[in-house]
Design a protein around this ligand. Structure first.
Ligand code: HEC
Length: 213
């Protein structure tokens, strides 16, 4: 099954984000908000990474998200990407159980992005002056939890709560993985490296003593 899909699919090069648009405070950023959410929750092995490409859907870059998940700008209700999130039938809903559904806030963000035209926006709102545990958890929830949640933590690494995240941080693996240090698997697996601001935020939280603040 999987091999049929993977042979059929040939992921294209991604197109460059448009950095020259006028953004408002309300604009959703595809590259820093939507894509990490999709890679973290959907682009795992066996699902929608470039190799597995279940049903031809690949959620690893802008081009593929728009084309393979049939996103129609300004029209979330007719966009497959959005429709599958709202499915009440657990066998059709994405992400598939045992993975939990996206939360209301995440679903609303995807709808908002499509309603704003589903553009390839890249707006960096990360602020390295805010490096409490809440900021760290937001990064992990957006980029890691789909593969490292409670239901089926990949590689045996669970990042769903403070004590587990602290443990991975103290072992050096958390930062090693996001900094792509030799000898540790680079994370997020199959996605782009976290941007420098997010890595710095996690580093500063660790340096300050891994507080639960
Ligand atoms: C698409 C799925 C996926 C995503 C997203 C993901 N991981 Fe992983 N992670 C894995 C898998 C699978 C492994 C097991 C090792 C391997 O196969 O590379 C792993 C292993 C790890 C390890 C252990 C590495 C080692 O070499 O011991 C750490 C730490 C880790 N992940 C942290 C993260 C963090 C932090 C994020 C988010 C920034 C993240 N992961 C996002 C799938 C993922």
């Amino acid at each position: 099954m999987l091999s049929i899909f993977s042979c059929k699919h040939n992921p294209q090069e991604d197109i460059k984000p448009d950095l020259n648009q006028n953004y408002t405070n309300d604009s959703v950023s595809f590259q820093t908000e939507i894509l990490p959410l999709l890679v973290g929750n959907c682009a795992m092995t066996g699902c929608h990474d470039a190799i597995s490409a279940a049903k031809g859907v690949v959620l690893n870059n802008y081009n593929n998200v728009i084309n393979t998940a049939k996103v129609i700008a300004f029209n979330p209700n007719n966009s497959e990407l959005y429709e599958v999130l709202l499915e009440t039938d657990a066998n059709k809903r994405m992400p598939r159980p045992p993975a939990p559904p996206l939360n209301q806030e995440q679903i609303a963000l995807i709808a908002k992005w499509i309603n704003q035209g589903a553009r390839n926006t890249h707006i960096n709102r990360c602020d390295t002056n805010i490096f409490n545990f809440g900021a760290v958890q937001t990064i992990i929830n957006n980029s890691c939890i789909g593969c490292h949640g409670n239901s089926n933590p990949q590689g045996g690494i669970n990042l769903s709560n403070y004590s587990n995240i602290k443990q991975q941080a103290q072992s050096g693996k958390l930062l090693g993985s996001i900094n792509h240090i030799t000898g540790i698997s680079p994370m997020p697996k199959g996605g782009n490296k976290l941007d420098a601001c997010k890595i710095t935020t996690i580093q500063k939280w660790a340096n300050a003593g891994y507080l639960n603040n």
